[in-house]
Design a binder for this molecule. Sequence first.
Ligand SMILES: Cc1cc2nc3c(=O)[nH]c(=O)nc-3n(C[C@H](O)[C@H](O)[C@H](O)COP(=O)(O)OP(=O)(O)OC[C@H]3O[C@@H](n4cnc5c(N)ncnc54)[C@H](O)[C@@H]3O)c2cc1C
Ligand SMILES: *[C@@H]1O[C@H](CO)[C@@H](O)[C@H](O)[C@H]1NC(C)=O
Ligand SMILES: *[C@@H]1O[C@H](CO)[C@@H](O)[C@H](O)[C@H]1NC(C)=O
Ligand SMILES: *[C@@H]1O[C@H](CO)[C@@H](O)[C@H](O)[C@H]1NC(C)=O
Ligand SMILES: *[C@@H]1O[C@H](CO)[C@@H](O)[C@H](O)[C@H]1NC(C)=O
Ligand SMILES: *[C@@H]1O[C@H](CO)[C@@H](O)[C@H](O)[C@H]1NC(C)=O
Length: 545
Amino acid sequence: MGLHAVSYKDQMGASSSAIFLPFVSLVVLVSWATSSSIHENFLQCLSLNSNHTTPISNVLYTPKNLSYSAILESTIENLRFSSSATPKPLLILTPLHVSHIQAAVICSKKYGMNIRVRSGGHDYEGLSYVSEIPFIIIDLVELRSINISIEDGTAWVEAGATVGEVYYRIAQKSRTYGFPAGSCPTVGVGGHFSGGGYGTLMRKYGLSADNIIDAYIVVSDGRVLNRESMGEDLFWAIRGGGGASFGIILSWKIKLVPVPPIVTVFTVGRTLEQGALKVFLKWQQVGSRLQEDIFIGATFGAVSGSQEGERTIEVSFKSLFLGNTSQLLSLMKKSFPELGLEAKDCLEMSWIESVLYYTDLSGEPVNVLLNRIPQFKNYFKAKSDYVQEPISETGLQGVWKMLYQEEAGIMILSPYGGRMNEISETEVPFPHRKGNLYKIQYLVSWDEEGDRVSQKRINWIRKLYAYMAPYVSKFPRAAYLNYRDLDLGINKLKGNTSYAQASIWGIKYFSCNFNRLVHVKTKVDPSNFFRNEQSIPSLSPWWKN
Ligand SMILES: Cc1cc2nc3c(=O)[nH]c(=O)nc-3n(C[C@H](O)[C@H](O)[C@H](O)COP(=O)(O)OP(=O)(O)OC[C@H]3O[C@@H](n4cnc5c(N)ncnc54)[C@H](O)[C@@H]3O)c2cc1C
Ligand SMILES: *[C@@H]1O[C@H](CO)[C@@H](O)[C@H](O)[C@H]1NC(C)=O
Ligand SMILES: *[C@@H]1O[C@H](CO)[C@@H](O)[C@H](O)[C@H]1NC(C)=O
Ligand SMILES: *[C@@H]1O[C@H](CO)[C@@H](O)[C@H](O)[C@H]1NC(C)=O
Ligand SMILES: *[C@@H]1O[C@H](CO)[C@@H](O)[C@H](O)[C@H]1NC(C)=O
Ligand SMILES: *[C@@H]1O[C@H](CO)[C@@H](O)[C@H](O)[C@H]1NC(C)=O
């Protein structure tokens, strides 16, 4: 019996001491009383180990608390992991203070509870709030202060903040500072920065992880460490290796980056009839070679054609340029005339307005960035690839064919180059640097509930991924951790993860950095306390292949 098929209610109803002990089969049924008293002991342990003036019970929700479901669902971004069949946490903690987190770590270790940490809840596979073994959620919603120092050009940001909150707070203080991170404002900095984090400033300044200069983290023995006390190995690992394998990140110190007071944006779509193929072939050549002040993303999707009932493919180019319209037009005329960009396509604005523009919130007041709850929630599945050689025309014809088959499917292409070429692939665990023309995200999303529709969509995206194999990076076929994809392989949560098993997906995400991540993990979390389906494995001394 796999826990994944069992709702929380069933877990409690069937009840078992195994709920509180990892590695033990749930088939062993014991009386409710036993598990209930372990539950009581766990709660008591939390109180005993937390000496903050706010008692931990004030921030602790069991399924009996009325707001348990509302809190659980609040930031679930992917509805695939929000059904009644999704395993639910035994409790949710919304810490107000680090001592609440330390108590949770100490007691979870003592009672064999798996911990899932949630910042923004945007994990593509729900790993921040779903586990197949008994677990609690530490939701960092209350830990989201942001302190900006314009004088130093730095900021301290608590892990529960969203990137929208970070952008907003920066813009409140300055028009000429920004930060390189993702375009979706409700993404949390806990997961996003620790997995890389890219957006429209990537070609100029690299990833979020490239611009982190200090951090606080709670590790598996409950200690709180900063850069100096954690040492450079662990500090390296949490900037792109995924925070969840190493501890609970409390806050980041980031380096703000300069942006001009005026930037220019545009979105230009071309269908196949309008010559999209030729424009795209040129984009493949120049997208990663243009000067680093410009980012031109491309999105593929099937749309209605000019004739009734007819379908075509549209390639949509969306751009941020760190300069004014006249500079942009002369750059495009020289390097990418095929797009046919005109002054009327261009909009000048402040950098913070470009953040709204990029996430389709133009015209909204800037404080819309403070909304933590995603604008849209739907069911989705995504996968990622890196392209190192331009895809041939024949290759693209096959892509169009696949896109015609699934109206809800798109491909989002992000050009690399610029600063990404200058940073060494071992600087932080994120290895995808020089040599990449662009990254592809395949995405299919839908609104209807049910297995049938979900299987159909997921099968389609897997087929597309299989089709793309000849055109993308090989040995390894690289993938982006923040576009988490459990199809690449998973750890066994109920046993010990083998290095060989984990390296299948580990090398795709981290390439040559995987080994160093395993080494750091083994040093800082030898008992593999912080674990999930794709956490870095810990090599125990008794480990044998
Ligand atoms: C709509 C949408 C748009 C996106 N846009 C972009 C984009 O433009 N660029 C980009 O790079 N990515 C993007 N992403 C992907 C995003 O970067 C990842 O999903 C990221 O991991 C989300 O972080 P989170 O804190 O919101 O997620 P969570 O689900 O809270 O966490 C993700 C993972 O990090 C762990 N984690 C979270 N907080 C902590 C912490 N404090 N300490 C230790 N571990 C922690 C979780 O346990 C989980 O394993 C997008 C995702 C979505 C859903
Ligand atoms: C709380 O616990 C910490 C660590 O055990 C200890 O250093 C601190 O003095 C305690 N504070 C109070 C108010 O008891
Ligand atoms: C949840 O319920 C328990 C038991 O009734 C209570 O002690 C706790 O304070 C409640 N939590 C919150 C956050 O209200
Ligand atoms: C920001 O400053 C406040 C007040 O000094 C402090 O309580 C908070 O912890 C700080 N936040 C960060 C992320 O350092
Ligand atoms: C655009 O920027 C350039 C370089 O800063 C400047 O010389 C030029 O005057 C600007 N053009 C307009 C129309 O503002
Ligand atoms: C897993 O590792 C633990 C030590 O953390 C060891 O005691 C146990 O025997 C191992 N279990 C399996 C199934 O290999």
